[in-house]
Design a protein around this ligand. Structure first.
Ligand SMILES: Nc1ncnc2c1ncn2[C@@H]1O[C@H](COP(=O)(O)OP(=O)(O)OP(=O)(O)O)[C@@H](O)[C@H]1O
Ligand SMILES: [Mg+2]
Length: 417
C-alpha cells in the first residue's frame, strides 16, 4: 500500500529515493545529501543584493527548468526586504512573536513599518540545504500565483546565509490547530465551516492545476498547510515542494518522492511518478480529516486505526458505517445527505488507481454545491445519540448566516437520492 502503514510523524515531510524505503520521518534538520545541491555556504555571498542572491540560488540549484523561467521572465518577483527590516518587524525574533515551527524553520508574527502591514515571517534554517531549494521554488511559484485561496507572498530576504519569507498574516493560523487536539477554549469547527474550508482549499488547488501557466503540482497538501483567515477563509501555503506539471501528452513527471506521511498518494510513493492526481489524493485525505476529525496518521490509536485512509476504505463500502466515521465533536450536527456526499468525494479522491480519481475541477464543483447546502442545528435534525441532548445555545461558531435549503434528510442510515 505504498506509503501507508509507515510510522512517520504525520506533520513532518518525508522523502525517499524512488525505489528504496522511506528514509526519514523527521525533517526538522534535513539530512545532507538528500538533494544534490551545493551548500548555502558555498554560494557567492559578497556584495550581492537580495535579487542577485536569489538568482545565484537559482543557478546553483540548477532550477532553470522549473517554475523559475516563467517567474523571472515575467518580472513578477515579490519585493525584497533586508534582514534588519525583518528583525525589527519581529522585535529581533522575540519569543512572544513566535507563531509556530515546521520542518524548515520558525514562523514569527511581525509588523513591517515600511508597508504598514502585519505579516508572518518564516525564517529558514540556514544549515538546511533543502531549505534553500524550497525557498527559491516558493518565491518563484508564489510570485507567479494570484488567487484568493493561495496565501500571498509579500516578499523575501536572501542575504548571505539568511533566507526569510514574508507572507500575509493569517489570523486564525492553520487548519490543523482547529481540527485536532483542541484547547479547552476552542470551539470545534461546525459542519458548514468544514465544507467551506474544503471547497476553498479545492479552489486553490484547481488554480494551481488548471489556471497557472505553467500548471503546478503542489505536492504538500495537508491540514497544517491550509491557513485560515477571517471568516474561516482558507488559503494554501508552503509551495517549496511545488513542481511544474507534465506537459504535452505526458501524464506524469518523474521525481524523487517528497511529501508527508499519510497524505502521499501510494502510486507516487511507489513509482516516483508525480501526477496532478497525486494532489487529488492528498486532498481526499484532508477532506477525510475534516469529516472525521481524525489525523492522517495517528500513532496514539489502535494499529488498525492509525492510518486514516486504511481505516476508512473498508468503511466506505457500507453506508451504515458512515455515522461512525463522522467527527464526534460535531455532536450529531451534520446533514446526513451532506455527510454521504462528502464521504463519497473523499472516497473517490483516495482511490488507489490515480486515473480513477476525479480531476480537481470536478471536486470543486461537487464541494461548491455541498458548501452551499447550509446545515442549521436549530432547525435541522441532529443525528444519532445526540438527538435528544439539548442544543439550545449550542449553535456553533463560524457561519451563522446559514439558511436551510438543504435536501431531504431521513433518519440516520437512510437517504433519498
Ligand atoms: N502566514 C501565516 N500566518 C499565520 N500563521 C502562520 C503563517 N504561516 C505559518 N503560520 C504558523 O506557523 C506554523 C508553522 O508553519 P510551517 O509552514 O513552517 O510548518 P508546518 O506547515 O507545520 O510544517 P511543514 O514544514 O511540514 O510545512 C503553522 O502551523 C501556522 O500555525
Ligand atoms: Mg507548512
Amino acid at each position: 500500500m505504498g506509503c501507508f502503514g509507515c510510522t512517520g510523524e504525520s506533520s513532518k515531510r518525508s522523502e525517499r529515493s524512488n525505489s528504496s524505503s522511506i528514509k526519514r520521518n523527521d525533517q526538522t534538520r534535513p539530512t545532507s545529501g538528500s538533494l544534490k545541491v551545493k551548500p548555502v555556504a558555498n554560494l557567492k555571498k559578497e556584495e550581492t543584493s537580495n535579487d542577485d542572491q536569489l538568482s545565484l540560488d537559482v543557478k546553483n540549484l540548477d532550477l532553470v527548468d522549473e517554475v523559475s523561467n516563467s517567474a523571472r521572465n515575467n518580472g513578477k518577483l515579490a519585493q525584497t526586504f533586508t534582514f534588519e527590516e525583518l528583525a525589527a518587524a519581529t522585535g529581533n525574533f522575540r519569543s512572544d512573536c513566535f507563531l509556530g515551527e515546521g520542518g524548515f524553520g520558525k514562523v514569527y508574527k511581525g509588523h513591517l513599518d515600511k508597508i504598514n502591514q502585519v505579516v508572518a515571517i518564516k525564517q529558514l534554517d540556514p544549515n538546511g540545504l533543502q531549505g534553500t531549494r524550497e525557498f527559491v521554488i516558493e518565491v518563484l511559484t508564489l510570485s507567479l500565483a494570484d488567487h484568493p485561496n493561495l496565501v500571498k507572498l509579500i516578499g523575501y530576504c536572501a542575504e548571505g546565509d539568511q533566507r526569510l519569507l514574508v507572507y500575509e498574516y493569517m489570523p486564525l493560523g492553520s487548519l490543523e490547530n482547529h481540527l485536532f487536539d483542541l484547547p479547552r477554549d476552542r470551539q470545534p469547527l461546525d459542519w458548514n465551516t468544514r465544507m467551506k474550508i474544503a471547497a476553498g482549499a479545492a479552489k486553490g488547488l484547481e488554480y494551481l492545476h488548471d489556471k497557472m501557466k505553467p500548471p503546478v503540482i503542489y505536492r504538500d497538501l495537508k491540514c497544517s498547510n491550509i491557513l485560515v483567515g477571517e471568516g474561516y477563509h482558507p488559503k494554501l501555503s508552503d509551495f517549496g515542494l511545488a513542481k511544474v506539471g507534465p506537459s504535452g501528452d505526458k501524464t506524469h513527471v518523474s521525481t524523487r518522492v517528497m511529501g508527508t506521511y499519510g497524505y502521499c498518494a501510494p502510486d507516487y510513493a511507489m513509482t516516483g511518478q508525480l501526477t496532478f492526481k497525486s494532489d487529488v489524493y492528498s486532498f481526499g485525505v484532508v477532506l477525510l480529516e475534516l469529516i472525521t476529525g481524525r489525523k492522517a496518521i495517528d500513532q496514539t490509536r489502535d494499529r488498525s486505526e492509525q492510518n486514516l485512509v486504511a481505516w476508512a476504505r473498508p468503511m466506505f463500502k457500507d453506508r451504515r458505517n458512515f455515522s461512525r466515521m463522522v467527527d464526534p465533536l460535531l455532536q450529531g450536527q451534520y446533514p446526513v445527505r451532506g455527510l454521504y456526499q462528502a464521504l463519497a468525494i473523499s472516497a473517490m479522491c483516495v482511490q488507489e488507481q490515480p486515473n480513477m480519481r476525479p480531476a480537481i475541477s470536478d471536486v470543486v464543483m461537487a464541494l461548491n454545491y455541498l458548501a452551499s447546502q447550509k446545515y442549521d442545528p436549530e432547525t435541522d435534525p441532529v443525528q444519532g445519540s445526540h438527538k435528544n441532548s439539548s442544543r439550545s445555545g449550542q449553535k456553533k461558531n463560524n457561519d451563522r448566516s446559514a439558511g436551510d435549503d438543504s435536501p431531504d434528510r431521513n433518519a440516520e442510515g437512510e437517504i433519498n437520492g
